[in-house]
Design a binder for this molecule. Structure first.
Ligand SMILES: *Cc1c(COP(=O)(O)O)cnc(C)c1O
Length: 338
């Protein structure tokens, strides 16, 4: 076991022993290659550098109470990466190849997978980039798929304590019929400026509104949003938000707990009606929202200084499935053998 301070890990890059790579050339995927280099050498005219042919994923593995390493819903990440690939004209990756690359990364870096009970997890970062040269605006003819990973701590320094968000009216992360539904770097580039401003003004991140009318809640920074009211889990339906696998899982758990689940546009004014609100995604799992401040009107929506009971129960159930302490009746986890 490595001498790593598991309890105080940040959410960030951590150097491990190996990553796994696969090249797409002449219309087909090659073999998975193990690399001990942290660098990529590529053509100066690679399309990922000029025209944003870049998609990525984020998923986690956990050491369970039984000592087994479980990856959470990797086939869903494979499917989503392929949806991103289709969206920006990159070749799809066979799902088995994607999942195999991830399990290899976990096996090769076993010493970096945090132990059960540490509160840390192993975060995978698969990425797909256009490496073939083009100067005209066209898709590349060569691609590189890489999976690296490393141990991470909580995404927000507050952990499961409520964070503050800021509604912004002068920035969008994606266009109404743009790339908001897929996990591409360009959406993140577009959100950096407003995200940094939110930080500087004392918030964890922005609440982005629907880019067409700015009257509905879209996303909570780089996470999905949900609200709880009248025993109902409400999460936005929008053509410009990323379909979060965490959110999908929480919807299933909420339903299983007897809550009603609604996927529909959420008008900003409805924020006043929720008893709990939260951001959800792989990195934070659930991050309870304590307050939302509308940057234009100055209106403040308050949800208290502690996580609400529904968010808490959803969080504990999802984490229990990931840790192997609660039966995985939905078949979400993949045990890494060997
Ligand atoms: C990745 C991502 C999420 C969260 O998705 P998960 O599958 O739950 O990790 C939410 N919103 C955006 C914009 C994202 O990029």
């Amino acid at each position: 076991m490595k001498n790593i301070d598991w309890k105080n890990l940040p959410f960030g890059y951590f150097k491990t022993n190996y990553n796994v790579r696969c090249y797409y050339r002449n219309g087909e995927w090659g073999k998975l290659e193990v690399s001990d280099s942290e660098n990529i050498t590529m053509h100066i005219a690679a399309t990922c550098l000029h025209y944003g042919q870049e998609a990525f994923e984020g998923m986690k593995a956990f050491t369970g109470v039984d000592g087994k390493i479980r990856i959470f819903r990797p086939y869903d990440n494979a499917k989503r990466m392929n949806s991103s690939a289709r969206g920006i004209m990159m070749p799809e990756i066979p799902e088995e190849l994607f999942v195999r690359a991830c399990t290899m990364v976990a096996e090769l870096n076993k010493d970096f997978v945090p132990p059960y009970g540490s509160g840390a997890s192993f975060y995978f970062r698969p990425l797909l980039i256009g490496t073939g040269p083009q100067v005209g605006v066209k898709p590349a003819d060569e691609y590189l798929f890489v999976v690296f990973g490393g141990p991470v701590g909580p995404y927000f320094k507050e952990g499961f304590n409520p964070v503050k968000f800021q509604i912004v009216h002068d920035a969008d992360r994606a266009a109404p019929f743009g790339t908001g539904k897929i996990k591409v770097g360009g959406n993140y580039a577009a959100s950096l400026r407003s995200g940094q401003r939110a930080h500087d003004e004392g918030y964890s991140n922005c609440i982005y509104l629907d880019p067409a009318t700015h009257s509905y809640v879209d996303e909570a920074g780089a996470a999905n949003f949900f609200g709880i009211k009248n025993n109902t889990y409400v999460t936005p339906e929008s053509s410009s938000i990323l379909p979060s696998i965490t959110n999908l899982s929480l919807c299933a758990l909420a339903e299983d707990m007897g809550l009603k689940v609604e996927r529909r546009p959420i008008p900003v004014s409805e924020l006043a009606e929720f008893s709990e609100c939260a951001a959800c995604g792989t990195a934070a799992v659930i991050s309870p929202i304590g307050a939302i401040n509308d940057r234009d009107s100055g209106k403040i929506y308050n949800y208290g200084t502690e996580a609400g009971p529904v968010s808490k129960k959803l969080y504990e159930t999802l984490r229990g499935i990931q840790d192997g302490t609660i039966a995985d009746k939905f078949g979400w986890t993949l045990v890494v053998e060997g």
